[in-house]
Design a protein around this ligand. Structure first.
Ligand code: KG4
Ligand code: ZN
Length: 368
């Protein structure tokens, strides 16, 4: 089934074509990140406007790169949530307009489930049940993936998402936006054992996360280093106004020590979830899953605990429409997807909300 996927939940305008929910024929991503950098984070209004400007050409590029004609497309899948409501609406409007014009069914896809589904877009996918760890800019969730389209939440963050912590720490270190890749780059040069930042466990059996204390601990540490006598300012370190003037070596050690604390908590809780669920497979997804330190530490822990750790290929880690197209196709074929008749933006779409199944597909063919 040739499926056009559309993703506009945050600051990436993306479109992709997949075949049978697993084979990626094209994967086009245009980002408005450069326009947000000046503000130190995503500005929803700027993101929505950029989506409006980019969506048409991105969709056309996805079709052209896949070598697929409009008449061959059988399904349209679009991210319906969670995400920024103004951004989601641009993708949904485009999907529904195309669906109406071409007489195609349109299904709404859950963005975080799509991140995890990216692990199943390979010839030898993981089996069920498995544990899923979502690590993105807005979410940190552990879920039990019990079967195709069956997700049971196990735990989530009580405050900041881990990607948000990366972004905020990068900002206070003067590294700018987006923070994750910049923290990772600095961390490669720093000593992860230089500063022992707190690891919030929330109890020995808790599968919940908390990253706000870690972020605050980094802030206080940086303020102490930047205080008079704490070290000379180094030119070129602090880009945005107000960034802490700390020496580059200290900055790199702080980045490495912060990353280590965040990664250790993720690894510990993911392995605890696997033990509790008696699962031998862990799938990870979301922007932070591209982080090599996280992948390496999970792989080490997996070997010790007898857990296979699956991560999507890099092109499917950050926000993209191939994962949306793939999950939409899989859900549609099983009759599990929201369709055009009930599609609306769901900025806070929870993980555990049962998918609503509408018998009225836009193409009138019914559930297959
Ligand atoms: O999934 P994603 O692209 O967008 C959301 O759905 O939120 O995730 C974006 C998040 C951002 O917080 C970004 O800083 C983080 O992923 N990220 C990273 C890395 N690359 C992106 N975090 C750590 N290390 C990275 N290399
Ligand atoms: Zn995402």
């Amino acid at each position: 089934m040739l499926t056009l996927g559309i993703e506009t939940s945050c600051d990436e305008t993306a479109a992709a074509v997949t075949s049978d929910g697993t084979l990626v024929l094209s994967n086009v991503v245009a980002s408005s990140q450069a326009f947000h950098a000046h503000y130190g984070g995503v500005v929803p209004e700027i993101a929505s406007r950029a989506h409006v400007e980019l969506i048409g050409q991105v969709v056309q590029q996805a079709l052209a790169a896949a070598g697929v004609a409009w008449g061959q497309v059988e399904l349209i899948a679009v991210t319906a949530g969670p995400g920024l409501v103004g951004s989601l609406l641009v993708g949904i409007s485009m999907a529904q307009a195309l669906g109406a014009a071409l007489g195609l069914p349109v299904v709404g896809v859950h963005h975080l489930k799509a991140h995890l589904y990216a692990n199943f877009m390979r010839p030898d996918p993981p089996g069920f049940p498995c544990v899923g760890l979502v690590v993105s800019g807005g979410h940190t969730d552990l879920v039990s993936v019990e079967g195709p389209g069956r997700w049971v939440p196990l735990g989530r963050t009580r405050d900041d998402a881990v990607g948000e912590a990366f972004d905020k720490v990068a900002k206070l270190l003067g590294l700018g936006y987006p923070g994750g890749p910049r923290i990772e780059a600095c961390a490669r040069r720093g000593n992860p054992r230089q500063v022992r930042f707190p690891r919030a466990s929330l109890g020995p059996s808790s599968l919940e996360f908390s990253f706000s204390g870690l972020k605050t601990a980094v802030l206080y540490y940086v303020q102490r280093q930047a205080a008079p006598g704490g070290g000379p300012p180094v030119a070129g370190v602090g880009e945005p106004a107000g960034a802490a003037p700390i020496p580059e070596a200290v900055r790199d050690d702080v980045a490495a020590s912060f990353q280590e604390a965040a990664v250790e908590v993720l690894v510990e809780k993911a392995m605890l979830a696997c033990a509790r669920q008696a699962c031998q497979d862990l799938v990870i997804g979301g922007g932070v899953s591209i982080n090599e330190r996280l992948r390496a530490r999970l792989a080490e822990a997996g070997v010790r605990q007898g857990v296979r750790v699956w991560a999507p290929e890099r092109a499917l880690c950050l926000d993209n429409a191939a994962m949306v197209s793939g999950l939409g196709a899989m859900m549609y074929r099983r009759g599990l997807a929201r369709t055009a008749t009930s599609l609306s933006a769901e900025p806070g779409w929870p993980f555990d909300e049962a998918p609503s199944v509408s018998p009225h597909h836009a193409d009138g063919r019914g559930v297959r």
